[in-house]
Ligand binder design. Structure first.
Ligand SMILES: [Zn+2]
Length: 377
C-alpha cells in the first residue's frame, strides 16, 4: 500500500512527507481517528515511503526491493502489533506473530479498512476483548535490538493501542522513552481517551480525518464496480466510515428495510416487558440466519445514528420523513454510556450467530441485556 492507493487525505499525506523532508520526524506518532478511516493505510504507506530507495513526488516508487517487500507486508523492518485473545493458560504465550498470516490476509481483504470486530472475527476472539500483551512488547524489544542492514527505518505499527494490557504498559513505555535509533513507532487508536497519559506524553498526535463522502464513493466504485449513483448513496449513509459502506455494499438489504422491526424491538427493550420479549423473539427467529445477521448489523448502525442525533441534533443518514418523529423520540434513550454496552452485546450475538449459535436463545439473552442497558441510561 502506497500513498497513491489511499483515497483523499491529501493534507495528511503532505504533512507526513514534509516531516521527513524537514527532518522533523519524531520517534513516535499517534494516528488518532475513527472506525473506517485511513489510519492503517496511511501508517503502511508511510513506512513504505520512509524505506523506499527512490521516493519521488511525495510517494514511494513502488518498484524498488524495499517497496516490493512493503507491498507484500513482509518487509523485515516492518513490525505489526495488534490485539489478540488473552492467554487462557499461564504457560501459553500468545503474540501477534502467531497471527501474522491472518493479519496480512485481513489487510489485503479489507484494503486496511477493516474494523476491530472484523479482525476479532477473523482470529476467533469471541468476547470482543482482545488485548495487546506483554509478550508482544518483549518481542519488539528483541526485534529492534538487531542491526538493520538494508533499511533506513524500522517501523513498528501498533494497531488499536487502547487495547494495551495494563501489565504490558511499562515495557512499551520503556521503549518509547529510550527508542532505538532510526525507529519509528506508529500508534493507531480509535479511542484516544483510553490511552495512558504516560504514553500520550511520549507521542505526537496526528488526527486522521474521516473520509469524505466523495472519497468513499470513488473507492466503492473502483473496488466493487458498482454504479456511481449506488456508490454515492452508500457513501452518504456511511458518514465517512468506509468499513460500514463496504458492509452495506456486501449486504444487499439496506438499513431502512429493517427500520420498523428495529423500532418494535427497541420499544420492547425500553418497556422491559418480559411478556412481550418471548413472542417477539419467536416470531423474529423464523427469519433465516443471514437476515438475522443483517438485522443486527443494521441495528448497530441505527443505534449509532441515534446517539449522533441525540448528541449533535443532526442525522448523518437520510431517514424517511415519515419515520423521523419516531426515530427522534427513540434517540433520546441512547447515550454515550449505554452505547458501548449495546455495541458489545450486539457484536457478541452476531459473532455467536455466525458460528451457528441458537438464534432464539441468543436473541432472548440479547434482548434482556439491552433492557438492562437502557435502565443504565
Ligand atoms: Zn521504492
Amino acid at each position: 500500500m502506497f500513498f497513491k492507493d489511499i483515497y483523499g487525505n491529501t493534507a495528511v499525506k503532505h504533512h507526513l512527507v514534509r516531516m521527513v523532508e524537514d527532518n522533523r520526524l519524531s520517534h513516535a506518532i499517534l494516528f488518532s481517528g475513527q472506525e473506517g478511516d485511513a489510519k492503517l493505510q496511511l501508517a503502511i504507506a508511510f513506512a513504505a515511503y520512509l524505506n523506499c530507495e527512490n521516493p519521488h513526488d511525495g510517494d514511494a516508487c513502488g518498484q524498488c526491493p524495499s517497496c516490493i517487500q512493503m507491498k507484500k507486508l513482509s518487509h523485515p523492518e516492518l513490525h505489526f502489533i495488534f490485539p489478540i485473545a488473552g492467554s487462557v493458560k499461564k504457560s501459553s504465550e500468545p503474540s501477534s506473530s502467531d497471527h501474522i498470516e491472518e493479519w496480512r490476509d485481513f489487510i489485503n481483504k479489507t484494503d486496511g479498512l477493516g474494523t476491530l470486530s472484523d479482525w476479532y472475527d477473523s482470529i476467533g476472539v469471541t468476547t470482543g476483548q482482545g488485548i495487546i500483551n506483554a509478550n508482544d512488547c518483549n518481542n519488539i524489544i528483541r526485534a529492534l535490538s538487531y542491526t538493520s542492514y538494508q533499511s533506513r527505518y524500522k517501523v513498528v505499527i501498533i494497531w488499536m493501542i487502547e487495547r494495551l494490557f495494563h501489565a504490558a504498559a511499562p515495557k512499551l513505555l520503556k521503549i518509547l522513552e529510550e527508542p532505538p535509533e532510526d525507529t519509528l513507532f506508529i500508534l493507531i487508536t480509535e479511542d484516544r481517551s483510553a490511552i495512558l497519559d504516560t504514553i500520550l506524553s511520549r507521542t505526537q498526535t496526528l488526527s486522521i480525518p474521516a473520509f469524505t463522502a466523495n472519497d468513499v464513493s470513488s473507492y466503492l466504485k473502483a473496488r466493487f464496480n458498482i454504479p456511481a449513483e449506488e456508490a454515492a448513496k452508500f457513501a452518504e449513509f456511511s458518514d465517512g466510515n468506509a468499513a460500514m459502506a463496504v458492509n452495506m455494499v456486501l449486504s444487499p438489504e439496506s438499513n431502512s428495510n429493517f427500520f420498523d422491526e428495529f423500532i418494535q424491538w427497541m420499544r420492547i427493550c425500553l418497556q422491559a416487558d418480559m411478556l412481550k420479549i418471548l413472542p417477539f423473539v419467536d416470531d423474529f427467529s423464523k427469519n433465516n440466519r443471514e437476515k438475522v445477521l443483517m438485522f443486527l448489523r443494521s441495528s448497530l448502525s441505527l443505534l449509532r445514528q441515534a446517539l449522533y442525533l441525540n448528541t449533535t441534533g443532526k442525522m448523518s443518514i437520510p431517514i424517511p420523513e415519515s419515520q423521523m418523529a419516531t426515530f427522534t423520540k427513540f434517540a433520546q434513550f441512547v447515550s454515550p454510556s449505554n452505547i458501548t454496552i449495546f455495541n458489545t452485546a450486539i457484536n457478541q450475538t452476531i459473532y455467536r450467530i455466525e458460528r451457528n449459535g441458537l438464534i432464539p436463545l441468543l436473541m432472548t439473552n440479547l434482548t434482556i441485556n439491552l433492557c438492562r442497558a437502557f435502565k443504565k441510561k
